[in-house]
Design a protein around this ligand. Structure first.
Ligand code: SOE
Length: 390
């Protein structure tokens, strides 16, 4: 069996989540290739060495350019902020590597177009964007039910992605609040997940939006310690200007005529990671909330009247997507498993079983993000998504 040697770039939250996934995927699933965790790359030599050793990487490096040129590396896994994605992905594709790139694909449509074009030119190399929630068993089941026609023709898509780690106005400034590094705020960070999930579940592209974006907290204190997504800051710390949105909302038109309502916020008090979506068709509906990630609600309008209602399906049966590899029924999964499944599908794609989202799908998400920003700038005027292909 062939062995894939992996280099992962980034030592933050996503670097750790992907490291965990590279560890678990080959241990719980029968992968078509062996994987070897070769190098972790970061900026700070001490931190990178410590994280690499702790998370199971054979080597640590601070020079991604040199690592990409190495003949003994097959895969580049990009877990850095969005402003670096284009440069790294283009170099990795040019060097003949398979690429897994965290979401959103880039910070601008122009960069996303360049990355997608470079990937399209090398079809033998796998290029996957890390919209990890697609790999939640309950959402994968929802997709299966929709593909089987069980909810009929989709009319409504209602998606919310709500977090509250920025609700305190003294929560510190992080790179996710800097437009130069992150591209946008809640929109690209979490709204992008909802856009990807909605298009993937319905099999239909968003063709236009009408949007509003808000920044409730204009300045935040410099951070002096990292905890979770945010961290700590002294009350008298100098404050930095926030250059991205805290929250936003948009209505969407889908190519197949469904209507969508999207809302995303990182200041939604009390909602920790409520990534929710409900889709209503003319024969039924599905509803999901990541805060109850092992459940899917399913409504079948053809049930007899006296027992109609949403069923709560616990998605822990061996026949549910990805579940055969895991625990006995009723023993649920967590956030980290979505990344494990992403690695399983990515390695499967390298062995010839295609998966998505490829970079052209991720480019479409980027174009929707762009249309949302354009509409928000023009007082919510309808904005058509550019470059629609179908
Ligand atoms: C922060 O809002 C964040 O870590 C996102 O960047 C991830 O994509 C999401 O899965 C969890 O929240």
């Amino acid at each position: 069996m062939k062995t894939l040697r992996i280099a992962l770039i980034g030592t933050g939250f996503m670097g750790r989540a992907h490291s965990h996934a590279w560890q678990t995927a080959p241990r719980f699933f029968d992968l078509p290739h062996n994987v070897e965790m070769a190098v972790m790359v970061g900026r700070d030599p001490q931190r990178t060495a410590a994280e690499a050793a702790r998370l199971g990487w054979a080597e640590a490096s601070t020079d991604w350019r040199e690592i990409i040129q190495r003949d003994d590396i097959d895969v580049i896994d990009i877990c850095t902020p969005g402003d670096t994605h284009a440069e790294i992905a283009l170099a990795a594709l040019a060097a003949g590597k398979h690429v897994l790139c965290e979401k959103p694909l880039a910070n601008t449509v122009e960069d996303a177009e360049r990355i997608a074009a470079a990937a399209a030119a090398v079809p033998d190399q796998v290029a996957l964007c890390g919209f990890s929630y697609r790999r939640t068993p309950a959402l994968a089941l929802a997709r299966r039910l929709i593909e089987e026609g069980r909810i009929g023709r989709v009319r409504h898509v209602r998606a919310q992605y709500l977090q509250d780690w920025l609700s305190d106005e003294d929560a510190p400034f992080t790179w996710r609040l800097d437009r130069e590094l992150a591209g946008s705020g809640a929109l690209g960070d979490i709204g992008a997940h909802s856009i990807d999930t909605a298009q993937w579940l319905t099999g239909s592209q968003i063709v236009g939006v009408s949007a509003a974006l808000r920044t409730f907290v204009e300045t935040r204190p410099e951070r002096d310690g990292v905890v979770g997504l945010g961290g700590t800051a002294a009350l008298d710390a100098p404050r930095r200007r926030v250059t991205v949105d805290d929250a936003g909302a948009f209505t969407a038109r889908f190519a197949d005529d469904a209507m969508g309502v999207f809302e995303f916020s990182r200041v939604a008090t009390g909602r920790r990671n409520a990534n929710r979506i409900e889709i209503n068709g003319d024969r039924g509906a599905v509803a999901f909330d990541f805060e109850r990630m092992n459940e899917l609600e399913y409504y079948d309008a053809s049930d007899e009247g006296h027992r109609q209602g949403f069923q709560r399906v616990q998605t822990t049966e061996a026949e549910h997507p990805y579940m055969k590899a895991w625990w006995p029924v009723g023993h649920g999964l967590g956030y980290e498993h979505t990344f494990t499944h992403e690695i399983v599908d990515f390695v499967g794609a390298i062995a010839g079983a295609p998966t998505g989202p490829d970079f052209s799908e991720a480019l479409h998400v980027q174009r929707v993000l762009d249309a949302v920003e354009e509409s928000a700038r023009s007082d919510s005027r309808f904005s058509a998504v550019k470059g629609i292909t179908s």
